[in-house]
Design a protein around this ligand. Structure first.
Ligand code: C2E
Ligand code: CA
Ligand code: CA
Length: 236
């Protein structure tokens, strides 16, 4: 899990679940296995499992007084399954977690490749109260028309535009335009890849909502999250 902090007050308000595969004592990052699972038709199982495990943890933290929104990455193929929305609701509620505290992330490029087919499931998820986030924003060439059709609640600016934006006018321009668009569509904004105090300060000045990146904390095993939250101090 990786923590997310609000720019305005520095508070940790959420976490993103990031899949890891432990095999022969080694921890394998998702880019080595997610694509393979997807092309083998196993994407739905991955999403279900991660959602289930992450909600179990969210509930434990909640019981300890640590209330955090949970973001989970969803493979776009699962959006072709009309039963997905009901299933996600069941998984979340089985842990006593409200869908309104769960944000499902879909990458911009994969979604837009097949937007029309996924739209029904996304609309149903939104009706159930799930948050919907457009991940890696800026890398997917979606049109404004497409973006306004999907009932997103959050826009995550890709780390490629965030890292170094304070000193690179072209990156900064993309960040500013993304924040502008999000404001107009009334979306929450998350900047990924916030690694330096300089980028934090610039994003805070531009009115970005939430920071995620090594500055706030790298992904940690669930057991270490509470300590990571307690240790964090936001820059001034
Ligand atoms: P993502 O959703 O864009 O997740 C952010 C990635 O950036 C994570 O890599 C995270 O460890 C890394 N990161 C976080 N902060 C920083 C930073 O400050 N600087 C830099 N350079 N990197 C940072 P990770 O965990 O290797 O995940 C890679 C991708 O794999 C994710 O990108 C996501 O698209 C996918 N993924 C992860 N978990 C799942 C999952 O459960 N299901 C599916 N379908 N995809 C997943
Ligand atoms: Ca993500
Ligand atoms: Ca991303």
């Amino acid at each position: 899990f990786q923590p997310q902090a609000e720019f305005a007050n520095g508070k940790i308000v959420g976490i993103e679940a990031l899949a890891r595969w432990e095999r022969d004592g080694q921890v394998i990052r998702p880019h080595h296995f997610v694509g393979m699972l997807e092309s083998d038709g196993l994407a739905a199982g991955l999403t279900d499992t991660i959602l289930d495990q992450a909600c179990a943890w969210k509930r434990r933290w909640q019981d300890d007084g640590l209330r955090l929104n949970l973001s989970v990455n969803v493979s776009p193929a699962t959006l072709h399954d009309p039963a997905a929305a009901d299933r996600y609701q069941q998984i979340v509620e089985a842990h006593g977690v409200s869908p309104s505290e769960v944000i499902l992330e879909i990458t911009e490029s994969l979604l837009m490749a097949d937007a029309a087919r996924g739209l029904g499931v996304l609309a149903r998820l939104r009706l159930k109260g799930f948050g919907l986030s457009i991940d890696d924003f800026g890398t997917g060439y979606s049109s404004l028309a497409q973006l306004s059709q999907v009932p997103f609640t959050e826009l995550k600016i890709d780390q490629g535009f965030v890292f170094g934006a304070h000193s690179q006018p072209r990156k900064r321009a993309v960040v500013e335009a993304s924040l502008d668009l999000a404001r107009k569509l009334q979306l929450e904004t998350v900047a990924e890849g916030v690694e330096t105090v300089e980028d934090w300060q610039m994003l805070a000045e531009l009115g970005c909502g939430i920071a995620q990146g090594y500055l706030v904390g790298a992904p940690v095993p669930a057991e270490d999250l509470a300590e990571c939250v307690a240790r964090w101090r936001a820059p001034h």
